[in-house]
Design a protein around this ligand. Sequence first.
Ligand code: SF4
Length: 447
Amino acid sequence: MVKKGIIIINMRCLPFDKLRALLVNPWIHDFSSLNLWSSPLGLLRVAENLSQFESEIFYIDCLKTIKNKSYGTGKYNRQQIQKPLVLKQIPRKFCRYGITPDEFQSQLKSIMPVDIIFVTSIMTYWYTGVAETVKEVRKLAGDTPIIIGGIYATLCPDHALKNTGADLIYEGSAENGLEAVIRNFGLRLNKNSDKKAYYKLGLSQWEFAPLLTTTGCIFSCTYCASKLLNKDFIRKTPEEAFSEIEELFNLGIRDFAFYDDALLTDSDNHLKPILKKVIQKGLTVRFHAPNGIHVRFIDNELAMLMKVSGFKTLRLSLETISPERQRLTGGKVRTDEFENAITILKKSGFTKKELGVYLMYGLPEQSLNEVKEGVKFLKSLSVNINLTEFSPIPNTKMWNELLAKGIISKNIDLLLTNNSVYYYLYSGYDLRELEKLKLEVKSYNAS
Ligand code: SF4
């Protein structure tokens, strides 16, 4: 964990007996956004870390879901905001997703003052949402330290320091180094208990629970930042993972979303024992795997356990049916392995609606024809199709290739890497043809 930014080493006078910490899940600025099992798990880990010290922890979720849909997913409120100049040519409304600024200010007023503020971040192209959140907090927080962590902060620390108004950018996971950062601001920490799980801290009502049973990935796809965020592949024991599920179940949670990048790796020693325990204990739950899973690792036993234990949403990673592109981008799947996995999953009882397959478009040098062939292939297997736009992520292999080829510049505004923007500007596709294909897929999925 590397820290950047202003480190204040003079002792601050602690005005309260306990450390008062505010955690904020910031707004999203985008053209569209839905809550598909999104939860600020990293920020909740900060809360867990703080829970071992004498502290009062406050949480504001700018992305409070206003309309719950099936299985814990939902919609955000939104307000149209001025489109940044650099996005002028995109013919869509640009919005702030989440609660209104008035609501945010009113929640802040009910909590302030605090000693320290943590704001998380996700997509690198959502940095203006983080910056606006910090600006609003600053109105009431004055010089209270504001720390930004999360994915954007870890991938682009210098950019975050320059563009968000935070005092410090925290790279990496909350497990390592958080305590030192807090002490560096001159704040005292008195340890008085063991860490408590975030769901025991009364921070919010949870519609679903995020589960992260492993961190990192065993593959290194050229467009993915998994290795940059987590160098090693680490996993909880099946017992630890199951006990979290059971505790959440006992609190009334029924929907669980796996956030793992490599959930199915070595399933004989990981996912299978977890699911066997869920079945054996008779927990009636619904599992969702919104991150693409590795179809290569699906076997008969695993598919059957997934079906019986309650998997309702499976997103499978195919991305492309071009063997050459599969190989060049990291080799995580071949089309024959994919076909085999679909046969097994169907045999275990999974339906078309439960099986959604990620198919990418707009990858460098990928023709629209290749995408159309992928759609045709997936239709022949009778699975739902999730078309996903390629968007380059800073410092990945593919990002560096795009830089080397002069397709993007190192000073590119990250707003232009938004998934709704990048393909529009850089794919070279006939956009009417693409829209036709999207509509075709939409009606096929609904059929
Ligand atoms: S398999 Fe998935 S998570 Fe792993 S590197 Fe590839 S895209 Fe990323």
